[in-house]
Ligand binder design. Sequence first.
Ligand code: ADP
Ligand code: MG
Length: 469
Amino acid sequence: MAYKTTIGLEIHVELKTKSKMFCDSSNDPLERHPNVNICPICLGHPGVLPVINEEAVRKVIKTGLALGCQIQEHSKFDRKNYFYPDLPKGYQISQYDMPLCKNGYLGKIRIRRVHLEEDTGRLIHPKGADYSLVDFNRAGIPLMELVTEPDISSAKEARQFAEELQLILRYIGVSDADMEKGQMRVEVNISLGKNNKLGTKAEIKNLNSFKAVQDALDYEIARQSEILESGQKLVQETRGWDDIRGKTYSQRIKEEAQDYRYFPEPDLPPLHFTKEQIKKISAEIAELPQQRRERFKKEYGLGEKEVEVLVRDKDLGEYFEKAASELGDIKLIKLCVNYILTDLHGLLKRASITDENFRITPENFADFIRFIGNGKLSSKLAKEVLAEMFSSGAEPSHIIQERGLVQISDESELGKIVEEIISQNPNPVEDFKKGKENALQFLVGQAMAKTRGKANPEKVRQILLTKLK
Ligand code: ADP
Ligand code: MG
């Protein structure tokens, strides 16, 4: 019998801020030396006082606004008490009953809340050692938590939600949200139900990639339905994901809800925002990915795949638009997209357009496209020119002149070349007249070789055909 899959996500995101959530220690995700970005406040020394990082609060509100949430005019911080070696104070400052943002949505998925808290330290367990190490660089970094309603009904949909959320966070600049770096951490809750009733859920942790999110869910759907099919009952539990084996495994069974003894953080004032303040933050939100998709489709008539590449790589999309504004003409713009998605992509490999040593300006790229569009540059020579632009950063007109790469399209000039080819190749000419089509291609090839690739092959072909009639 078929079960209905129900999935809800809890997503933690490290915010991109200069300093930590409640002190002025640096928030530097690139720091490799342990315990350098620390101070008495984020180490939880007695008697210290936390101070709210306004930048972090604004970033959470910005996220809430981008996700259609109601931003709460009144909110507060609470202490979540539990004991663990990575938590220096013995409690985490979080938000409990009054989060900053409530009731949003992304596509058809409702978002229950988005709140602000602080990250914990990082535990390191050296292989074979009988001790563990603690790095507190991460302790106190602003951490945003987003909780969805259980509105997701497949593994693929869960993955798409997480991917789109990452894109939005990058567009609004609140986080780099790199899953591999732990800047975005996705926990999935999944249950299988019947007759419109929700089943017993399992929560899966340590998913380090979008693929892991999807694979773990697919695995869990199969596992849970097998158990239910056999007439057994599921237990509510937390499971881990083993990326190598491709399996989830039980971590702990939830006997009863853990009591975190939440209470309002006495050392921090409650938060108040006026409608005007919220409006101001809203005005800082530029175009969101979905709006950009629609605009790219409408404004440039691009196909879905092209739009997706240019929207997912925000910088590449902006580069394209700069080049497009130089070109104006829709035919050239389409040509421009083609070259970005094929040749330029090939040259870039995995590098980004924002890399310091990427030296093709959008203006030069537009010039390059214009040379192809007006027939001065053949597609074959174009590759050579682009490669040179990529390595030296030179202007295309320079490269074309210096290397003498202008395509020969002039009819009388090509006519002379074709005459020579005909007189130098009597046998192929005979073959062609006898009906051998291949011979024509050979003669075109001869003309290309003679001009070192500069002849316009289509024109050569036409001239040959008229002369050989
Ligand atoms: P808990 O009290 O166990 O933490 P919550 O109601 O707070 O559960 O929900 C936590 C997350 O689990 C949310 O993302 C929610 O959408 C999801 N969730 C809740 N119930 C289910 C269920 N039966 N199946 C799948 N996901 C669920
Ligand atoms: Mg909960």
